[in-house]
Ligand binder design. Structure first.
Ligand code: KIV
Ligand code: ZN
Length: 523
């Protein structure tokens, strides 16, 4: 059981792989989930909610494997309030040295109406399901979903039942991001004061960001007595997302004078995991996002630069190094060797084997030929691009001509399962023409859900990072690529997303990748 003996210690429960991944379009592959779980474990997250095992075979496998591999963190799975969900969850998490079953039911009037249960019937269900979970696992978390819109008396009643049935953590979800800081603190404080047995369990806070208050609400809940924060990297999550891990952790660290709580997080790992989650989820981080945004430590205006040069504390309340951002470092160039590249990648948080380094070095040299100076951000873009060589579709060559009227012509040559195929198409601009040519070569009914371009650095020779998200029959795949030529990056990102769709289809069989239980069933 996870006990907080030190009253100042706040447990960090990361749900990037469950609540974050359930965000439409943020689906990660099995390997990506394993990678993110390893990074979370390594950075000192106390509990990793690794998925919702009954939702699909893929979720089950991911949770089981994460449970087998975890070194320090407790591995948790989500289960609705029924025996089948709970049993499946236990089957997946039981492999972990430290495990947890997280079971929940919607307790607000609106959510009670969905299964059409009376208050008494729901109370009975909570008793049965939490007892069942506790018979399997010594660490059980229970959540009254939509707690912040549940009647006070009923909330107290069901929490008492869950504690008596053996729950060890009581999580208070603000499912629709409805609460505000003063109310959030007050709710936890009053629950701890009122509910019999509350002092024997840990209270957790789980906030959504619909009104932009998830971080404030979570920290306020801690002020009210919660000792576990549920959060995701980059605030990933459905709608406006969840509380961002990096924000609560850095807030407690930076303003420890007024928020005197500590976590076990190694904050120097924040930046790397933020980038990896952005890449694998296909959800880029907004430039001015707190802590991990590209501009969070950039001081561009003249006044700020002057102030920074005199004393960095004038404008910086945190040091970039604290979150793993290396200070200003010298760019690499075409004469930089393999050792310098490896060294730089290590400072950026990437550990690469000899074979991987060989491949990256080739791509680095190609880039350095086109671009005089290769900055840290260029290397990060290079590491994030999916340019796998064993894919079904590979870009061989492309030529695009643009006219002043907007019409463009693209000739694309792809290697499709070892055979070269060429197509020429016209379109509304170079990207449209290119995508049409790719579709002519590899006909598909994938729908383009997202197309995004970011300049990695400044200058006209800057690389562009392009993200493409495709959807086909409920299956979603994202692809990313970076190139000094935006149209080439677009083609590669589109091809990469197609390759991922093909891979998923093959792995899962017809239609099997779509979750058997949609997350829509939860909320
Ligand atoms: O937001 C929510 O209520 C949830 C529950 C499943 C805990 O994510
Ligand atoms: Zn949630």
């Amino acid at each position: 059981m996870t006990n907080v003996t030190d009253q100042d210690r706040v447990l960090i429960f990361d749900t990037t792989l469950r609540d974050g991944e359930q965000s439409p379009g943020a689906t990660m592959t099995h390997d990506e989930k394993l990678e993110i779980a390893e990074l979370l474990d390594d950075m000192g997250v106390d509990i990793i909610e690794a998925g919702f095992p009954i939702a699909s075979e893929g979720d089950f496998k991911a949770v089981s494997e994460i449970a087998q591999r975890a070194k320090n963190a407790r591995i948790c799975g989500l289960a609705r309030a029924n025996f089948a969900d709970i049993d499946r969850c236990w089957e997946a998490v039981k492999h972990a040295e430290k495990n947890r079953i997280h079971t929940f039911i919607g307790t607000s009037p609106l959510h009670r109406a969905i299964p059409n249960l009376t208050q008494d019937e729901m109370a009975e269900k909570i008793h049965e399901t939490v007892s069942h979970a506790r018979n399997l696992c010594e660490d059980v978390q229970w959540s009254p979903m939509d707690a912040t819109r549940t009647e006070w008396d009923y909330l107290c009643r069901v929490i008492e039942i869950a504690i008596k049935a053996g729950a060890t953590t009581i999580n208070i979800p603000d499912t629709v991001g409805y609460t505000a800081p003063a109310e959030s603190a007050d709710l936890i404080r009053r629950l701890i004061e009122t509910v019999p047995g509350a002092d024997e369990v840990i209270f957790a806070t789980h906030c959504h960001n619909d009104l932009g208050m998830a971080t404030a609400n979570a920290l306020a809940a801690v002020a009210g007595g919660a000792r576990q924060i549920e959060c995701t990297i980059n605030g990933l999550g459905e709608r406006a997302g969840n509380t961002a891990l990096e924000e609560v952790v850095m807030a407690m660290r930076t303003r420890n004078d007024i928020m005197p709580w500590k976590t076990g997080i190694d904050t120097t790992k924040i930046m790397h995991i933020s980038r990896r989650v952005a890449t694998v989820s296909g959800f880029p981080v907004q430039f001015n996002k707190a802590i991990v945004g590209k501009n969070a430590f950039a001081h561009e205006s003249g006044i700020h630069q002057d102030g920074m040069l005199k004393n960095r504390e004038n404008f910086e309340i945190m040091r970039p190094e604290d979150i793993g951002l290396s200070g200003t470092s010298l760019p690499l160039g075409k004469h930089s060797g393999r050792a310098a590249l490896r060294d730089k990648l290590e400072t950026l948080g990437y550990e690469v084997g000899d074979n991987q380094l060989k491949d990256i070095f080739v791509r680095f040299k190609e880039l350095a030929d086109r671009k005089k100076e290769v900055f840290d951000d260029d290397l990060i873009a290079l590491m994030s691009a999916d340019d796998a060589t064993n894919d079904h579709l590979q870009l061989v060559s492309m030529k695009v001509t643009c006219g002043t009227g907007g019409q463009a012509e693209a000739t694309v040559e792809l290697e499709v399962d070892g055979k070269d195929v060429i197509a020429t198409e016209h379109g509304d601009g170079p990207v449209d023409a290119t995508f049409k040519a790719i579709r002519a070569i590899y006909p598909n009914k994938a729908h383009l859900q997202l197309y995004q371009v970011h300049a990695v650095t400044e200058g006209t020779d800057a690389q562009a990072t392009v993200s493409v998200r495709l959807e086909e029959d409920g299956m979603i795949a994202t692809g990313q690529s970076a190139n000094t030529d935006t149209v080439v990056a677009s083609a590669k990102a589109y091809i990469s997303a197609l390759n991922r769709l093909i891979m998923r289809r093959e792995k899962a069989g017809p239609g099997a990748d779509a979750r058997e239980i949609s997350y829509k069933d939860l909320t």
